[in-house]
Every structure is written in C-alpha cells, then in structure tokens.
Design a protein around this ligand. Structure first.
Ligand code: PMP
Length: 392
C-alpha cells in the first residue's frame, strides 16, 4: 500500500529542534541520568503569585466560555496602556490581537504575506519558525546574516541591498533568540530610512524579549517610528517577561490593513485565546513589576558567570549577550561541529544545549546555551563541558 502524504507545502515545514532536545533530555532523565537542561528557552522562575491568583479568581467567577477572537477588550486596552507607558506611543486597542502564545503572530504574518514569487527576509541564525513558515508559503527565504563581530547585529546597508520589489516582509528580532544580540538604534534608523523606497514592504518586529535587557539598557521598539506604523507588525507577550510560557498568551500589534485578516486566521484556527489566561494577562501588565526586575537581575548574574566560564574553555569564545537569556558561543576552534558537540554534551555529559544549526545554516560553529537555569546548575554544566573539551 502506498503511504499517504500531506501537501508539498506541508512537507516543506521545518520545526523547532529545541523541543526535540527537550524530549531527549527528559527521556534520559527518566532513565535515571543526571541531566542539566540548558536547551530550552523558558524562564525557570514561577509565574508571580498575584497573576496565578487572578486566573483562579477568573475561573471561579465564571470565565469559562469563549471570548472575542481577538481577546477581551480590557486586555487589549491593558496592552495599549502598557506600550504607552513603556515607549510613549499611542496604540489603538482595536489593532491589538491577543493570541495563544506569541507564536501565532509570526505564523499569521508569514501566512498573510508569503506566496510563490515573493521574498521574505529573515534573521539567520534566528528563531527557526521564521524560515520554516516562509518555506511553507512558497516565498523565497532570504537570510539576513547576523554577525558575531558586531554583537550579532546586521549591516543595514547590506540588508537594504537585499530588498527589492518582490520583498513582501522583513523579519527582525531584537533582543534575539538564539544569539542574545541587540540591534543598535542607528542600524534601525538607516534601515527604516532606506525602506521609504519600498512602501509596500511590511516589517515584522519580534520583540518578545523586550523586557530582558542588561546593563541598564531600555528596549527600543519599532513602534517608535511613526512613518512605518501602517506596515509594522510587532510581536510581544507574557511568556518570557512573566515566566508564563505554558499559559499560552501573547499578542501582536497590526497595521489596520492587515488586522482583519489576522483575526480571521484566529477564528479559522483556535476561535479565541484561553479566557482565564487573559485575565491573568491583565494582572501581569497592571500589577507590580518587581518580580520582572528581580528575574532580570538573576539572569544578569548567570550571564556573567556563563560568559566568563565559556571564554576560559579551550577553543571557545563567547560574546557577552546584551539581551534575552541565551549565550551563543563560537565553537569553531574546538574541533567539533555544532551538531556533534550538542550530541556529545547531552549523551556523554548530561548537558542539554542546542546546535547553532537548529537556527539556520549560518549557525554552524555555534551553540545556543540557555542560562534560564540556576547558577549552581550552570556551574556544574560548564565544568562538564570543560571536561569534554579537555578530553579531546
Ligand atoms: N519569538 C521568539 C524569538 C522566541 O524565542 C519565542 C519563544 N521561544 C517566541 C517568539 C514565541 O513565544 P511564545 O511562547 O509566547 O509563543
């Protein structure tokens, strides 16, 4: 009997290897192996208590039905107020789409803009779902090369050279997964100015790590360019900022011309985000923010520890990440490929990390190490990694 297959489009879909690493790490742990997981990108902190209580209360009060597809009005307003507080920008709550996690925003944006004959620019190395979804739509995936020697930012002049009349969408992500890089405002200035020549090119700015920045820096949002607001989609959410990855709550700010289509995709796929989680989302934005600052302070200590440790290992050099909670060390002088080093670290030393190649071909020669784990575990993991490299 012939095997059934889905569409060619479906077979072009990629995946997020971090989840496969997580599954393997959990399997090995269930076998009794001592595993330290520096593979997955989620805070190891608990969701602040007042947020949890708000969801419990919402369920007790009867928030167990469908909500509007784009989210409850109070939450959409809370998002607009939060953005106004953080960036002094005006956001129309009717252009805020609340989603189950932030991921559907990139899914929708790429679905709405990509088709054969068009081109989409995406960061490489970058979050793997961008390239995967571009391939799904049949658009040409054009990599924006992120370079280590400039803190994993891009060259805006080179980027502008890659734009043409077929460029439907440009995807940007700062602070970035997997590199921890933060794009300087000057680079955005040059890019946005150059894009005046291409008024139909949409920009998708993934700002999910906007609250996780170090050295006293504040996030610069692309919402701060009024001239692109009619073609800008911004991704942000609760997953990273409030340690809420499993709640599945995120949002996108859409241009007026696209909002209705994004909302239709929501209705066509999941109807609405989880009701109780949305009430929790209001509590998160409007409640005390101390726990967010404490979490970032804790990440900062780990960032120092992990970069120092990596830089003292044979064959490794590591740029200090400016944001998010990932280190992206260069391993080119270790004698290992990224994939082999990922496998040996997990299978022989019980340390889960992700090969740079999981984030695009330009990730070869790097590993993504998440420091969303305790300092104690980070020290043990780094000792084990050092042992592996010294054995070679
Ligand atoms: N964008 C980036 C760059 C991410 O790293 C992630 C999560 N790993 C997401 C979006 C998705 O976030 P969520 O869990 O809210 O869907």
């Amino acid at each position: 009997m012939e095997a059934i297959t889905p569409t060619q489009q479906a077979m072009n879909l990629g995946t997020e290897t971090a989840f496969a690493v997580l599954a393997r790490a959990e399997y090995l742990a269930a076998q009794g192996k001592d595993i330290i997981n520096l593979g997955i990108g989620q805070p190891d902190f608990k969701t602040p208590e007042h947020i949890v209580q708000k969801a419990q209360q919402a369920l007790t009060d009867g928030a167990h039905g469908y909500t509007p597809a784009s989210g409850i009005p109070a939450l959409r307003e809370a998002v607009a107020s939060d953005l106004e507080r953080r960036y002094s920008v005006n956001v129309d709550p009717s252009l805020v789409l609340i989603t189950p996690g932030a991921k559907p925003i990139m899914f929708f944006a790429i679905m709405l803009m990509g088709e054969p004959g068009t081109e989409i620019l995406y960061p490489n190395p970058g979050f793997p779902i961008y390239e995967s979804m571009i391939q799904y739509t049949g658009a040409k995936a054009v990599p924006i090369e992120l370079k280590e020697d400039v803190g994993f930012s891009f060259d805006p002049i080179k980027l502008l050279d890659q734009v043409n009349e077929r460029t439907r969408l440009i995807i940007l992500n700062s602070p970035a997964n997997p590199t921890g890089g933060v794009i300087p405002k000057e680079n955005f200035d040059i890019l946005i100015n150059g894009l005046k020549k291409y008024p139909k090119t949409v920009i998708l700015s993934d700002e999910i790590y906007s609250r996780i920045l170090y050295d006293g820096k504040k996030h610069f949002s692309l919402l701060n360019y009024p001239e692109i607001r009619d073609r800008l989609i911004v991704i942000d959410g609760w997953s990273k900022t409030y340690a809420m990855t499993g709640w599945r709550l995120g949002y996108g700010i859409w241009p007026k011309a696209l909002f209705e289509y994004a909302e239709r995709l929501a209705v066509n796929s999941y109807s609405c985000p989880n009701a109780a989680a949305q009430y929790a989302g209001i509590a998160a934005l409007e409640g005390p923010q101390e726990e967010v600052s404490q979490m970032v302070e804790e990440f900062d200590k780990r960032r120092d520890a992990i970069t120092e440790s990596l830089n003292s290992m044979p064959g490794i050099s590591c740029v200090k990440p400016a944001g998010a909670f990932y280190a992206f060390p260069n391993i080119k002088n270790t004698g290992y490929s990224s994939q082999i080093l990922q496998e040996r670290l997990l299978e022989e030393k019980g340390v889960a990390v992700v090969s740079g190649t999981a984030f695009g071909d330009l990730g070869e020669g790097y590993l993504r190490i998440s420091y969303a784990n305790s300092l104690e575990n980070i020290h043990i993991a780094m000792d084990r990694m050092r042992t592996l490299l010294e054995e070679k």
